[in-house]
Write a protein that binds this ligand. Structure first.
Ligand SMILES: Cc1ncc(COP(=O)(O)O)c(C=O)c1O
Length: 379
């Protein structure tokens, strides 16, 4: 198998391969950094998208304050990847209930590559109690902060905003640091119309206001409200409600996000992640490429062919079937076909490594290969 060594031409990259267009990646990273900077917000990109310490380090170089992760094992993988700088500040934007996971998470604070700050979302008194017990078992290391997650409209994790005060009081009563509110509305991100995303953010902002009142009734205040995603980033930023943006997908910008209507939140970013595939069978009616649903996730719909008019249909684990519009030729046997994944996060999770390309997909060269450090980290 070809090794995709630095300096190799893009044409030599063996297929199927998960390819990053490094130039587009850098522009996306800089663009979101400037959205946050212009609004006076911190940017804490979600690493569940890329699962790679190299991408996280690049985001940090452009001013990101740290990373979000969804899973304890992602935090462990990213902080222990020795081929890139470890994140200095990690926030688990999720509830962690099992003692064994809490122990693994808090052990990071005393490890050789310890982050200076480690945050975690809570939405139950049981979760707070278990966190407190695990923190004591870990020797009460410095740097741990808990954020109360409120449900701002998604109907997933989080307490109703009016209950935020009670939970924050429980955090403090257990001797733990209460840092603020986790307030993310995933359902808002992919609403196609701008007006619908604005509506959802307005609703989320009201929920955050209600949580502030609930905290005030307990004599507490949220120093940090964190949330927001790629689809609503500019709307979140303009609202004045959030202190920190958690957007993740903007680094790669998948097909599903590109289907959102503008303005410059989702639409301002470029596709930077591709699956390179090759036609390995062809008939009069269709061409078959070597990338099926083991190469890219289909939960948000099919990939789009990046540089051609053909449509992709799933033809199995390892096969994609391309059809051409009337009067248009199919690609030839052996041709390269570039796919824009429908959903970047689960697509990344299917691959061991990225091939990073500089100078464009047509004429560029391999810059590096980066491991998907947190691939399969679901615990
Ligand atoms: C809690 C949380 N924050 C932020 C994000 C990032 O959102 P996006 O990838 O849409 O920018 C996600 C994505 O699912 C999430 O679950």
């Amino acid at each position: 198998m070809k090794n995709n060594a630095p300096g190799d031409p893009v044409a030599a990259i063996d297929t199927p391969a998960l390819v990053i267009d490094h130039d587009a990646l850098l522009r996306n990273v800089a663009r979101m950094a400037s959205v946050a900077r212009a609004a006076g917000l911190a940017l804490r990109p979600h690493a569940k998208t890329h699962k790679c310490a190299h991408v996280a380090a690049l985001q940090a170089e452009h001013g990101a304050v740290g990373v979000c992760v969804q899973k304890v094992s992602e935090a462990v993988a990213l902080t222990s990847a020795t081929d890139a700088a470890p994140p200095r500040d990690v926030l688990v934007t999720n509830e962690v209930i099992e003692p064994v996971k809490l122990d693994a998470l808090f052990a990071l604070l005393s490890g050789p590559r310890a982050p200076q700050r480690l945050g975690m979302a809570v939405d139950s008194t049981l979760g707070i109690q278990r966190a407190a017990e695990a923190w004591v078992r870990a020797g009460q290391p410095a740097g741990l902060e808990l954020l109360v997650e409120i449900d701002v409209g998604q109907g997933r994790c989080g307490v109703p905003p009016a209950e935020a005060g009670n939970l924050a009081r429980a955090v403090v009563a257990h001797g733990l640091a209460f840092a603020g509110l986790q307030a993310y509305h995933g359902g808002a991100q992919h609403r196609r119309r701008v007006a619908d995303r604005q509506d959802a953010v307005r609703g989320a902002a009201l929920a955050v206001a209600s949580a502030h009142q609930s905290l005030a009734r307990m004599g507490l205040a949220a120093a940090r409200v964190t949330g927001g995603g790629t689809g609503t980033a500019t709307i979140d930023a303009a609202s004045g409600v959030w202190h920190e943006l958690q957007a993740g997908s903007y680094v790669f910008m998948d097909r599903d996000y590109a289907d959102n209507e503008g303005p410059a939140d989702a639409a301002g970013f470029e596709h930077a992640l591709f699956v390179k595939s090759r036609v390995h069978s062809r008939s009069r009616t269709h061409a078959v490429i070597d990338a099926g649903h083991k190469s890219h996730a289909l939960d948000s719909g099919p990939p789009r062919v990046a540089h051609g008019p053909w449509t992709w249909a799933n033809a199995g684990d390892e096969h994609g079937r391309l059809e051409a519009p009337a009067g248009v030729a199919l690609p030839a046997l052996g041709d390269t076909v570039w796919l824009v994944p429908g959903h970047c996060d689960p697509t990344v999770n299917l691959h061991d490594r990225y091939v990073v390309v500089q100078g464009g997909l047509a004429q560029g060269r391999v810059l590096d290969t980066w491991p998907v450090h947190a691939r399969g980290c679901l615990r």
